[in-house]
Design a protein around this ligand. Structure first.
Ligand code: CDT
Length: 311
């Protein structure tokens, strides 16, 4: 029997330094209304969806850094999004920079149910980039400076009838992220991302950024028998370009829907959660086929060690 999960991914075009939270929330509301018109019951917004991707800037003035962080959620600026989503009976995922009362800073996403309640929170675990200033680089990637490593792990919430897991951007490059959620019976994993088109460490051919992004979503969706909804913030923010490629990927590993612009764009697919059951019962029946006694190194070791040698 089909189990419909009408899913929308709300891709955002650039948010510039000068853009206000209020102007961004108006764009989110526009996408939410379109999602409702297309029958969606869940909308995925991007990582750090309320501001420009500020980790690209070296900043030393604490007040300048603080203006990118939220100290409450809903905040006064985002309250209209919560109100409108509740009124329309739509759940959502929203990424933002979180500053806790204790002064900790996280790259965070929340899960909001159709009644408008925050039912889940995820704090990014795999922070990419560096913590030092790289003055010769064309831009920075200072997530390791501006954020603490997420302290709540990868969880799955049963919300409005679906098992939903969350992660953020660079987390999607790591198989452990998805397997930990697959082991909690995730049926859908939602994520937002800001992926710069250029690599500051080596002259990576630009097409590889999109290739790897889709390759990883497709592989992790299939090997964990779940749907993935991935929302980009993309295009050139004050001249710094990021890839688009927002997508909904099926448990078969096939791309069900994908964005075609580098601007605000709604991607929709009426996902059937039952499609994952087929793979969960057969090729990726974890209980039947996994051999964790042979996976110990995955948790015991961080970096790669030496192979067995014949010397
Ligand atoms: N925001 C974020 O996590 N971006 C990273 C850039 C890493 S470069 C390979 C990403 O994984 O897209």
């Amino acid at each position: 029997m089909k189990r419909p999960f009408p899913l929308a991914v709300a891709q955002l075009g650039p948010i510039h330094l000068a853009d206000t939270r209020e102007s961004v929330v108006r764009r989110l509301l526009e996408l939410l209304r379109e999602a409702d018109g297309r029958g969606a019951k869940f909308v995925v917004f991007p990582e750090l969806a309320l501001t420009t991707f500020f980790p690209r800037y070296w900043m030393t003035d604490q007040a300048e850094i603080d203006r990118f962080f939220e100290t409450s959620m809903p905040s006064p600026a985002t309250q209209p999004l919560f109100d409108e989503a509740r009124r329309r009976g739509i759940g959502f995922y929203l990424g933002f920079a979180e500053l806790t009362p204790a002064g900790e800073r996280y790259n965070t996403a929340i899960l909001v149910n159709r009644a408008g309640a925050i039912v889940g929170r995820y704090r990014k675990v795999h922070l990419p980039g560096h913590a030092d200033h790289k003055p010769k680089a064309p831009f920075q990637h200072l997530e390791k400076l501006y954020f603490n490593v997420g302290n709540e792990g990868f969880k799955v919430w049963n919300s409005d009838g679906a098992n939903i897991g969350m992660c953020i951007c660079n987390d999607r490059r790591w198989p452990e992220t998805f397997r930990v959620m697959g082991l909690q019976s995730a049926e859908v994993v939602v994520l937002g991302y800001n992926t710069p088109s250029h690599n500051i460490h080596w002259p990576e051919p630009p097409h590889l950024r999109m290739f790897h992004h889709l390759l990883l979503l497709q592989a992790h969706a299939h090997e964990n028998a779940l749907w993935v909804g991935a929302a980009a913030k993309c295009g050139a923010e004050d001249g710094f370009h990021m890839i688009a490629g927002s997508a909904i990927v099926a448990p078969s590993g096939e791309i069900a829907a994908q964005s075609v612009t580098e601007d605000d764009e709604l991607v929709f697919f009426n996902c059937d959660l039952a499609l994952g059951d087929t793979f969960r019962e057969h090729v990726f029946n974890f209980a039947k086929h996994r051999r964790p006694e042979h996976y110990r190194l995955i948790v015991d070791r961080v970096g790669a060690g030496r192979p067995v040698t014949d010397e």
